[in-house]
Ligand binder design. Structure first.
Ligand code: GLV
Length: 333
């Protein structure tokens, strides 16, 4: 297909804050219609939903910037010519894969390009939780510093055992970054042993082993029916008392009621979360009443370079789908 032919094809971009670099790639090939609204912003979901209802009909591709679900209704409104949903995220738990599959619609995501940025946030969460940054920042903000040698003491990463649940791109990038912290031992668990683990000095163990041995437990798995609430009352009971849980995957990997109880009762030491349920977390949510939790507002991939790379990859997947070529990062094809 030549560009003049593909110019007849309509590509819908679901939000007004898609990176300019990605938009430029799309506009060279297609007629791009972009929503005036941001899924997350003040304008909110309702306005954007109405806008999408207006702009979706006739779309050949949908570039999806949000974790709001891809519903049957949206797909019906788009129409049978829709060839691909290109989600600008690594996670695709919001994409209704069975429905896309049933309709023969392709799905792509943006893994790998975000692994280092998300790993940097995993390191930030580790340090934030271990060094009690929530409490310590509070002291600075209040102008009421605790004085003394044995004040709010934290935990070392040096000499610790770090357990990674899900040694994919993000898990591997996190281990690489932590290598300089003099970690004693890296463990990981997942469906199968990973060839990359050898070079990282990471040992494959069962989930139970990882839970009972790790000082830091890092969640870097996708959210699926299998992983939903994998951190719960039962699995927390297997952890060490000084365990620190870090989550850069999805909020629903953790049963937050169980996490709250464990942090409140001192059954584990702390948690660092970049993802929660819901997002945004209401400011009166009970998790925010805890001193031993360090929460960030889902900023894992939120750097200029990474978001731009994600935008361009999503655009290139659209080009490939609409010109009959294999996707660069397929989920479904
Ligand atoms: O959460 C972010 C992503 O899945 O890319």
């Amino acid at each position: 297909l030549t560009t003049t032919m593909t110019k007849d094809l309509k590509v819908v971009v679901s939000s007004n804050d898609y990176p300019a670099s990605g938009l430029k790639v799309l506009q060279e090939h297609f007629t791009v219609v972009q929503s005036k609204y941001n899924h997350y912003g003040k304008e909110g979901i309702t306005e954007n939903k109405e806008e999408l209802m207006k702009i979706l009909p006739g779309a050949s591709a949908l570039v999806w910037i949000s974790h709001h679900p891809i519903t049957k209704e949206l797909l019906d409104i788009a129409g049978p010519q829709l060839k691909i949903v290109s989600t600008v995220s690594a996670g695709y738990n919001h994409c209704n894969v069975p429905e896309l599959k049933a309709r023969g619609i392709k799905l792509s995501n943006t893994p790998d390009v975000l692994s280092s940025a998300v790993a940097e946030i995993a390191v930030a969460l580790i340090l934030g939780a271990a060094r009690r940054l929530t409490e310590n920042l509070d002291q600075v903000r209040r102008g009421d510093w605790e004085i003394g040698f044995q004040k709010t003491l934290g935990q070392d990463v040096r000499g610790s055992t770090v357990g990674v649940i899900g040694l994919g791109g993000i898990g591997q990038a996190t281990v690489k970054r932590l290598a300089g912290f003099e970690v004693e031992k890296f463990l990981y668990t997942g469906h199968r042993e990973k060839p990359e683990a050898k070079a990282l000095n990471a040992e494959f163990v069962s989930l139970d082993n990882l839970l009972s041995q790790s000082d830091f437990i890092i969640l870097a798995v996708p959210l699926t029916d299998e992983t939903r609430h994998m951190i719960n009352k039962t699995t927390i009971a297997k952890m060490k008392k000084n365990a620190i849980i870090v989550n850069v995957g999805r909020g629903d990997l953790i049963d937050q009621d169980a996490l709250y109880d464990a942090l409140k009762n001192g059954d584990i030491y702390a948690a660092g979360l970049d993802v929660t349920t819901p997002e945004p977390l209401p400011k009166d949510h009970k998790l925010l009443s805890l001193p031993n939790i360090f929460i960030l507002p889902h900023i894992g991939s939120a750097t200029e370079r990474t978001r731009s790379d994600m935008g361009v990859l999503a655009a290139n997947n659209v080009i490939r789908a609409l010109t009959g070529k294999p996707l660069l990062s397929p989920v479904l094809e």
